[in-house]
Ligand binder design. Sequence first.
Ligand SMILES: Nc1ncnc2c1ncn2[C@@H]1O[C@H](COP(=O)(O)OP(=O)(O)O)[C@@H](O)[C@H]1O
Ligand SMILES: [Mg+2]
Length: 326
Amino acid sequence: MTDVQPIDIRARRPASGLAVETRELTKWYGRNRGILDVSLEVPRGEIFGFLGPNGSGKSTTIRLLLDLIRPSAGTARVLDLDVATESLEIRHRTGYVPGELALYGSQSGTAAIRYFAGLRGGIDTTYAFELAERFRADLDRPIGKLSTGNKHKVAIVLALMHKPELLVLDEPSTGLDPLVQQEFQAVLRETRDEGRTVFLSSHTLAEVERVTDRVGIIREGRLVVVERLSDLKAKAVRHLEFEFDRPVPAGLFDGVEGVRDIRIEGRVANISVEGMVDPAVRAASALTIVNISSVEADLDEIFLAYYRGETDAATPSPAREVTHVG
Ligand SMILES: Nc1ncnc2c1ncn2[C@@H]1O[C@H](COP(=O)(O)OP(=O)(O)O)[C@@H](O)[C@H]1O
Ligand SMILES: [Mg+2]
């Protein structure tokens, strides 16, 4: 019934307030690129979404943070601890759900919970069983016989049961049905609201956009952007359609800040606007506007642009035509 009592090492070095801090972290697998010069800071108490296509380096980064593999260059700190020299302490205070689950065998979920509670120093299992119930995890059957989704539920319970300061989840929603995903996201928010940190990787925006505070996007091993989701949305492209009471003069939107892709047909103008819509609306109001419709900014478009390398960290230009490849 005792909680894990972390050794207070903060006396050694002032607390940074960061849960994760990497500096030019690089991993080569022989001559294969793992990740390159990843410098990332994740403050404590947030849900951070680590996004990137398959093979971009998400799992590599995560494994480096947990000292499961060693960097080729650069440094990483987790919970103000050095990954290279204090990884044991980091493991105590972290929960981890790997992408490829190594949960096999004849042990049931219940047995696994009791076993890990023992390993973690005899911690209280109440929270574990509460979570299992919320996720409707099957704790009776041998874990090896469970479906991918059900294995994941057990793995998530095992990673969360000691209420770690940092929860690292590598593509955790694989195989979870929508209702369980909602419950899972609620648990992540509760974790964050307790001041703990969640580091969540995914290859799809949809999986993380409801829960994350900030996202980082990794592409071909390089971190290309780290930003608040709300700021990314503000930069998204909106499509506006204006209907006027008379034919639209050519050039009405020429040179107006943020306006791209102007199409004028009779009394109707269709434009795309990057960022603030105000300049476009002001320009339009030179005429009498009969109707305006706006299409919600499409975050997916931005993400796809980052994924394909059509934009860079400093100046996201989602207005550029997003061409579909492959
Ligand atoms: N053990 C390994 N040996 C060789 N190359 C690897 C190994 N693990 C990952 N890689 C390579 O490193 C890159 C990043 O992989 P990974 O971190 O698994 O990406 P992600 O998790 O984003 O899908 C990929 O090109 C992958 O092929
Ligand atoms: Mg991976």
